[in-house]
Design a protein around this ligand. Sequence first.
Ligand SMILES: Cc1cc2nc3c(=O)[nH]c(=O)nc-3n(C[C@H](O)[C@H](O)[C@H](O)COP(=O)(O)OP(=O)(O)OC[C@H]3O[C@@H](n4cnc5c(N)ncnc54)[C@H](O)[C@@H]3O)c2cc1C
Length: 405
Amino acid sequence: MDLYSGIPFWLAKNSLNNYFNPLESDHSTYVAIIGAGITGALAAHELCSAGIKCTVIDKRSITTGSSVASTALLQYEIDTPLCKLVDMVDEDSAVRAYRECLQSITDIENVFRKVRFNPDFERVSSVYYASDEEGFDLIQEEYKIRKKYNLPVEFLGEKELDKKYGIKAPGALENHESAQIDSYKAATHLFDYHMKKSNLEVFTHTKISEWKPEKEGYTLTTENGHKINCKYVVIAAGFEAGTFLPKKVMDLTSTYAIVSDPVEEKYLWKDHSLIWETKEPYIYIRTADKNRIIVGGEDEDFNDAVKRDGLLREKTATLEKKFHKLFPDIPFKTDMAWCGTFSTTKDGLPFIGTWPGKDRMFFALGYGGNGITFSMIAAQIIRNKLTGIEDDRETVFGFERKSKN
Ligand SMILES: Cc1cc2nc3c(=O)[nH]c(=O)nc-3n(C[C@H](O)[C@H](O)[C@H](O)COP(=O)(O)OP(=O)(O)OC[C@H]3O[C@@H](n4cnc5c(N)ncnc54)[C@H](O)[C@@H]3O)c2cc1C
């Protein structure tokens, strides 16, 4: 599967991490992590920090799947507004999912404090504006339920929103608990760090094509016929994880992003906040490195890479037009554009944990627009399971979570 095409900004900004280490013989480890994206990196970090021996295997270069294409906004709000999520799963689980995402932003910050490295993690506020009157009704309802559960949120009316951010819309929800990051820089650093400090082994350009449960673990077989024996497997294979699952659990879609040339500071909006809207599919905006602006969205309900790439020019023009409509005075000139595969679940929640009956295979599938916060939660749940610490979050994010439909 082509996970992205075009030039993701992060690859140009950081340059490729050129680690090349295909597996060329049989191998044994305690935990085999399939996938060297941000999920595999956070899982490896948690496991290495707990003293657990693990090996990461990826069929590509390090972190050149979805994580290099990600626009990497970190928000506690998931794709499904809380007021809608409570109709899909029970209210306690819905609120818990929001609280866990809120906590995970701080947890991500702490991971990088611990390794003394800043992958351009930056705390920013977030503005979720009503695209129209229907969106205004939605944010009013959303405000009520978030207030009820003490989730951080403020309401901005039309005038206040215009005065504070220069956005002309019926209203918005604002919070000061969001962040942004460079997920390519973040993941590649964690791999480098633990290869040096924790004897983490990483095999790139090594595709796992078969997996067989054994009495006490798994035997994985690579495309070239080498065997990896392990006690546990972590599937951090992103949007390609479907092959490891007995049943389809997500839908693949296409998404688009553009980044501008650097813009003079005087043109930018207050606090460089994250901005997104209520309309589906939504557009979202963040800033990056030296006052560039990233605009993303314009999702399409298909995952045909040729069709997706064919729309890149048209989608770039649409994203530019929508940005100009929102901020007519900001001189936005596209520097790079890219498109990628994206995945959604019915309730907007990820799938984390074991498939029933497969106790030694952990799935860390951070699907949806908040994939990175889910990756953090998945890494912690897996670490807890392997170190015998009780963790009941699988009831919220697991395959057997209760749904109302
Ligand atoms: C354009 C775009 C914008 C996004 N914006 C945001 C955002 O703002 N905020 C947010 O939180 N999330 C966002 N996401 C989602 C987020 O990027 C993903 O959730 C996250 O990157 C997934 O990380 P991962 O490590 O699970 O997957 P990946 O980065 O795709 O890594 C999985 C790895 O598994 C490897 N692999 C797969 N199968 C095999 C196999 N059989 N053998 C060996 N290796 C294998 C792949 O090569 C790949 O490198 C966005 C995604 C896109 C595409």
